[in-house]
Design a protein around this ligand. Structure first.
Ligand code: ATP
Ligand code: MG
Length: 394
């Protein structure tokens, strides 16, 4: 058993010793069976939230009404959730009620796909009532029970199916795929934040093109923020080699680029955090200049903190290889990296010029900065002083 599970198994052991059933569930079991690295280990148990909280020393009641308690153990956090059934799905929103139950099988039955509905006990024995292991072997995403019912309950599952196609390079089972069309329009009812999480995971998966093809074939893009009329833009993505992209902001950047939308408006519709929106906006401005004029010294200076992201996006768009090493060398050779590295300050300039302060000082520094970067003036006091004298004559 994976080391991460062994440590988490101590929680299962403790629950078992107190007379409760407890299993690993969800993504960690799936990824472990696929021999992929696992991250969060989620636990399902017959213990009620209060009972879980009594058993462990460090707990945080994050979603008690849904049965979830976070247990801290040896520096890690685990979501421990009581076996539950979800009821009263209303208007395609989250269930309005959950009820706690005592059987793991029933808990697994509420889960989205067979590959996500496998439980594993502390000895590594699997509970797999929907043959998830079989589908993992075949590389198939299939809903637990009838797709129509499951997508009707929660249309986000359609988006989740597509992101698993991208992340796992799996195919959709045919009735699961067929049910897409009927329920895709209801994605509009789902909170954009939830869609964004799945969409981002889709964008960063290795088989993102298969996922986008599926989106387009099933016309799902029509119900996603800002993409209703962007079929052609998304088709462009299919022609690009996106493997160069590393960070989330780069994936959002290329998506924004192909839609030709204003980054600020587009990403706001996707409810992205304002920090990411600003970064993407700045990166795309850089991309535009680099695509038009290549990397000038001024461009390297302005974007020395984000040149890699710009270069990766530019490489994806043009189909050339990124040239990080060359750019890095050129940045190292720049005479300055920030304005405060200029060898003189405002006081020097005022003293030498004998002029009153005013907007001209800012204009002077702007021009000076360019000249230093271009190498026409050395970043040295005397040279700058001489240039000031000349500048004043202009
Ligand atoms: P990841 O590795 O990306 O975290 P995951 O499968 O663990 O993938 P989560 O969103 O963390 O995905 O959800 C944990 C588990 O909860 C899933 O494996 C699935 O069993 C269940 N689940 C999550 N979302 C839904 C949903 N919308 N409908 C039904 N079951 C869901
Ligand atoms: Mg998970």
């Amino acid at each position: 058993m994976d080391k991460i599970f062994l440590e988490a198994a101590e929680l299962l052991e403790c629950l078992n010793q107190n007379g409760f059933e407890a299993y690993f569930v969800g993504g960690s079991v799936r990824d472990n069976l696929l021999q992929k690295p696992i991250h969060d280990v989620d636990i399902a148990t017959s213990a009620l939230p209060d009972e879980t909280m009594e058993l462990f020393e460090h707990t945080i009641p994050v979603g008690i009404e849904h049965g979830t308690v976070i247990v801290r153990h040896k520096g890690k956090s685990y979501e421990v959730t009581t076996f539950r059934k979800e009821e009263d799905y209303q208007d395609f929103r989250r269930p309005s009620a959950v009820s706690f139950i005592s059987s793991i099988e029933e808990d697994l039955a509420r889960r989205d796909f067979t590959i996500n509905a496998i439980a594993m006990d502390k000895t590594g024995t699997l509970v797999d009532p929907f043959n998830g292991r079989e589908d993992l072997k075949k590389g198939i995403i299939r809903t637990v029970r009838k797709p129509q019912d499951r997508f009707k309950e929660d249309p986000l599952r359609i988006m989740r199916a597509i992101r698993f196609v991208s992340q796992l390079s799996f195919e959709l089972e045919s009735s699961t795929r067929k049910a897409f069309e009927d329920y895709a329009p209801f994605l509009k009812e789902i909170a954009v934040e939830r869609i964004s999480v799945e969409f981002q995971k889709m964008m960063t998966g290795p088989s993102v093109k298969n996922a986008i093809r599926l989106l387009l074939e099933s016309e799902l893009h029509q119900y996603l923020p800002g993409l209703k009329t962007k079929k052609a833009g998304l088709e462009k993505l299919l022609k690009l080699d996106m493997d160069y992209l590393v960070e989330d902001k780069e994936h959002w950047g290329i998506l924004t680029y192909v839609t030709a939308e204003n980054p600020l408006e587009f990403l706001k519709r996707w409810k992205q955090p304002s920090k990411l929106i600003k970064e993407v906006d700045s990166i795309l401005s850089g991309v535009k200049v680099v695509l038009e004029d290549g990397w000038s010294a001024a461009e390297l200076y302005n974007y020395s903190a984000s040149y890699r992201s710009i270069e990766r996006i530019a490489a994806v768009i043009t189909g050339r290889k990124p040239i990080h090493a060359t750019l890095e060398q050129r940045i190292e050779l720049l005479p300055i990296l920030k304005r405060n590295e200029i060898a003189v300050n405002g006081n020097d300039i005022l003293k030498w010029s004998r002029k009153k302060p005013g907007p001209w000082v800012g204009e002077f520094f702007e021009q000076l900065e360019k000249e230093i970067l271009n190498g026409t003036i050395k970043n040295e006091k005397n040279d700058i002083k001489r240039w000031l004298e000349w500048w004043q004559l202009q």
